[in-house]
Design a protein around this ligand. Structure first.
Ligand SMILES: [Fe+2]
Ligand SMILES: [Fe+2]
Length: 292
């Protein structure tokens, strides 16, 4: 199903570039300045229109996508949430607080928001979970589900209701859909990082992995590894450690049919191979950085 995209206006939201004049001197050095400008990813307080569209990217999994031309210009950048329609519907990624009116209105075209029962996201960051308490307010029966590190370090304090803590490998059965939680510490970033694998549709909700700019189709079979490496060069968003490659190869072992990507198109090619290729490319970068 495709729900026709609708242009909406947030009362005070726009992505804008800010000058670096107030940043510490070392962040203004050559090379860092460009990257810091690209990292202005939070909607700012100015009126501007943005488009949000909804597409079904796998059976019962809906991608809510907001395109923001000002981020990573001239290509622009998408911020995606995924609605998993089980008997107890789950939302993966909350979006920024400032995008909440837009995203919640979009979700309501598929499901009354008060019917949400589960909320989850990859890690603690504004685009992943900035609006979690807004969702908890309009969905009074919803519970946040995340791994032990996220729950104990952050969510027990940040979330307005106590989270449900998921063990690594634990399956959350939401009725008609089964979501396996997997710890991915520091992949792509954040101590508490994790992903969900929806087993009935074999869809990996892979968060920031495979991030790429632009406003492509909701689902693509084109290469997603090359564009992810370009985005890596632009943003430098991944923590590269000795466990990066093995963590991504563990996800390849799930043999997903679809990769639900938070920033960019979802992918419906050979997902296992794409994950192995991504792991290899990160390993190459680590070896190059170490001069080995
Ligand atoms: Fe992130
Ligand atoms: Fe993200």
């Amino acid at each position: 199903m495709t729900t026709k995209g609708r242009r909406a206006v947030l009362d005070d939201s726009v992505i804008s570039r800010r000058t670096l004049s107030g940043l510490p001197r070392r962040t203004q050095q050559a090379g860092l300045q460009g990257r810091m400008e690209m990292l202005i990813l939070v909607p700012q307080r100015k009126g501007r229109t943005m488009d949000t569209r909804i597409d079904e990217v796998a059976a019962g999994i809906y991608r809510i996508s907001t395109f923001v031309p000002e981020v990573a210009a001239p290509a622009g950048f998408t911020f995606n949430q995924f609605l998993v329609l089980g008997q107890e519907p789950l939302l993966f990624h909350c979006g920024h607080r400032r995008m909440f009116p837009l995203v919640s209105a979009a979700l309501a075209r598929v499901l009354p928001p008060e019917r949400l029962r589960w909320i989850s996201f990859g890690h603690i960051e504004a685009d992943e979970c900035g609006a979690m308490n807004e969702w908890l307010r309009i969905a009074p029966h919803a519970t946040i589900a995340h791994g032990a590190i996220a729950s104990r370090v952050s969510l027990d304090d940040m979330a307005d209701r106590a989270p449900r803590t998921l063990a690594d490998g634990e399956v959350l059965d939401i009725g008609g859909k089964r979501l396996r939680y997997l710890d991915t510490p520091h992949v792509p970033h954040g101590w508490e990082a994790g992903v969900l694998f929806e087993e009935t549709s074999e869809t990996l909700l892979c968060g920031d992995l495979f991030t790429h700019p632009g406003n492509g189709p909701s689902v693509t079979q084109a290469d997603v590894v090359g564009p992810a490496m370009v985005a890596e060069d632009t943003f430098g968003y991944s923590s590269l450690t000795p466990t990066t490659g093995p963590t991504i190869r563990r996800l390849a072992g799930l043999a997903p049919r679809t990769l639900a990507v938070m920033h960019g198109s979802s992918y419906a090619g050979d997902c296992g191979q794409a994950l192995r290729d991504l792991a290899d490319r990160y390993d190459q970068r680590i070896r190059a950085a170490l001069g080995s």
